[in-house]
Write a protein that binds this ligand. Structure first.
Ligand code: PMP
Length: 435
């Protein structure tokens, strides 16, 4: 059945195939970034145009885009207010501040409550910077993460806990040192394991998504975040909350929706409407401690910052996105759409014991009866062949899903009809899948 769909994909996309063939002459894997090798058709569709919730490929096929650049385009593709700032009246990069910077800082404080911000170009870099700051402030070497988390290409986070031992995640490319030296990996939602790890006294920070979103969506148990906050405070460990994907939960992410109190907060992707950006929020006491560390060279070669970070274009794009596109009221439109998606998918399961979870305007299905409580459970519920089939089936019928996720994300431009289109395609795919 996969072969039938692969044939159909090749028939529909001869120009995309030719472009891919040409790109193989100059690009590693024939793609500009290795993740793009993973598309279910064997090669990616090449984009001719993208606008709102639609992508049209080089073969003229139009897709409903529920992938949205794996969250980078959660604001919809090329929203008008962002296009406006791309004229760059304040330059693109000058290594000088603009008024937009203060506006964005104020807006991020309004949304996420942390009082101070600095900017990066990616969420990965916001996380790397957060880890450096946490190590400096605590004088401790280790980072705690959850098994099967993802926080960008952050060395410390490619870790899995197996029977109390931290090992590298499979496929980790060239780790600088054995990850067991830098990281303690435990399961999400396991308060006892958390306390045991923090009690060692050598953990600088916990780097946590408030709900895991990179191995399905794994929601926190009731009370887990209270325990996490309390234990971090007890053991002098800093709590870094990564809102890069969980921004789907609402205008202030889970931090505002669930009243979390992180010491540092990281975010990137969606807040720039697709223009590279990242932000790191600092609580008042973290800022105070950073300023007290007079030996720290923030201004030059201390390892914090970058030439293009906080550039004028990036800040203008964040201002346009937060001020005019992903405004507070947008979630009133997008959260019900994600619920509609989840209901539609659930109805399509038929007799199958699968589940679907939702976090704000994001929903994802997995192939097990009950939603996973941690990353390892979610990992074990993967079925790569089935996932590929479902993705390809949808792709061949005009619906784009994120590779490596069974996830759909709703943009302000997504409509109920878009969701219903996926529901119909999903039901048809499942009924033919035989699993
Ligand atoms: N944090 C989380 C939770 C993510 O899912 C990702 C990317 N998927 C990142 C950080 C890193 O984002 P980027 O690749 O844009 O740096």
């Amino acid at each position: 059945m996969l072969d039938v769909e692969l044939d159909r994909f090749r028939e529909l996309h001869p120009r995309c195939a030719a472009l891919h063939e040409r790109a193989r002459g100059s690009l590693f894997g024939g793609v500009p970034m290795p993740w793009m090798m993973l598309w279910a058709g064997g090669y990616p569709v090449a984009v001719e145009s993208a606008s709102g919730s639609r992508v049209t490929c080089a073969d003229g096929v139009e897709f409903v885009d529920l992938c949205l650049g794996d969250t980078g385009a959660m604001a919809g593709h090329s929203p008008a207010p962002v296009l406006e700032v791309l004229r760059a009246p304040r330059g693109i990069t000058t290594m000088l501040p603009t008024e937009d910077a203060a506006w964005v800082g104020e807006e991020l404080t309004r949304r996420f409550t942390l009082p101070r911000w600095l900017f990066t170009l990616t969420a990965t870099d916001a996380n790397r910077t957060a880890l450096r700051i946490a190590r400096m402030l605590t004088g401790r070497p280790r980072v705690l993460v959850y098994s099967y988390c993802y926080h960008g290409s952050v060395d410390e986070a490619f870790a899995v806990g197996e029977g109390g031992v931290t090992v590298s995640r499979a496929g980790n490319v060239g780790p600088p040192v054995d990850v067991a030296q830098t990281t303690t990996a435990i399961e999400f939602n396991d308060v006892d394991a958390l306390e045991l790890a923090l009690a060692s006294g050598d953990i600088a920070c916990v780097l946590a998504e408030p709900a895991m979103t990179n191995m399905g969506i794994v929601l926190p148990d009731d009370g887990y975040h209270d325990a996490l906050r309390a234990l971090c405070s007890t053991y002098g460990t800093l709590l870094i909350i990564d809102e890069t994907h969980t921004f789907s939960a609402g205008p202030g992410g889970c931090t505002r929706a669930w009243d979390l109190e992180p010491d540092l907060l990281t975010i990137g992707k969606a807040i720039g409407g697709g223009v590279p950006c990242g932000a790191l929020g600092l609580s008042a006491h973290v800022e105070e401690r950073m300023l007290a560390a007079v030996e720290a060279d923030y201004e030059d070669t201390g390892g914090v910052g970058g030439t293009l970070a906080g550039n004028a274009l990036s800040l203008a794009a964040m201002r346009a996105t937060l001020g005019s596109v992903l405004t507070d009221d947008v979630w009133e439109h997008t959260i019900p759409l994600a619920a509609r998606f989840a209901d539609g998918v659930r109805a399509g399961f038929g007799e199958r014991e699968w589940n679907v979870t939702q976090l704000g305007c994001r929903a994802e299905y997995r192939f097990e009866a009950a939603p996973a409580r941690n990353g390892t459970q979610a990992h074990l519920a993967s079925d790569p062949d089935l996932e590929r089939y479902l993705h390809l089936f949808a792709l061949n019928r005009g619906v784009l899903l994120t590779p490596f996720h069974n996830m759909a994300l709703m943009a302000p431009t997504t409509t109920a009809a878009d969701v219903d289109r996926h529901t119909a395609v999903f039901a048809e795919a499942v009924s033919t899948s035989g699993r």
